[in-house]
Design a protein around this ligand. Structure first.
Ligand code: FES
Ligand code: FES
Length: 168
């Protein structure tokens, strides 16, 4: 009886989500994380797998515009939601934030970079002129083992400056 209940509870169910603007439907078991749907089922490997316990931010994606650690989000929790990964931030080349990371040496190995860029993108979408403390707060869930953060912070500040110039 216990086994039957367990099996029933673990049965796959349809998941409908919009990923990078594309409607997607697939069957997922209730224990499957959003991270694994993105990487293993949809091949979106720009979203990185690292700690898998919500500590590093390498797996950060946007869910309905909000930054979320996809290793902590169960796939079924994203039913009918819109998910944006690093691959979906730009349809044609790099975004301003990505270009600034490149220009300012905001990465070395690059493993943390997709998560960093997703977090910065969410920050600037909500506040185009964040204070230094807001930038630090927005990136507090993203760990980098390589850069010492100097290049990352320069990149964010440059993106803010260029965005301000573009919008006048
Ligand atoms: S892999 Fe998700 S927070 Fe580290
Ligand atoms: S650039 Fe290597 S972990 Fe950040």
């Amino acid at each position: 009886m216990i086994e039957k209940t367990y099996l029933s509870a673990g049965r796959s169910a349809p998941l409908r989500i919009r990923v990078n603007g594309r409607e997607t439907e697939l069957d997922v078991p209730p224990s499957k994380r959003l991270l694994h749907v993105l990487r293993d089922d949809l091949g979106l490997t720009g979203t990185k797998r690292s700690c898998e316990i919500g500590r590093c931010g390498a797996c950060m994606v946007l869910v309905d515009g909000e930054p979320v650690n996809s290793c902590l989000a169960m796939a079924y929790q994203c039913q009918s939601k819109s998910v944006t990964t690093i691959e979906g931030l730009s349809e044609d080349g790099m975004t301003l934030v990505q270009q600034c990371f490149l220009d300012e040496g905001g990465y070395q190995c690059g493993y943390c970079t997709p998560g960093m860029i997703v977090s910065v993108t969410a920050l600037l979408a909500n506040d185009p002129s964040p204070a230094d403390t807001d930038i630090q707060e927005a990136l507090s869930g993203n760990l980098c083992r390589c850069t010492g953060y100097g290049g990352i912070l320069r990149a964010v500040k440059k993106a803010i400056e260029l965005k301000r110039e573009q919008t006048g």
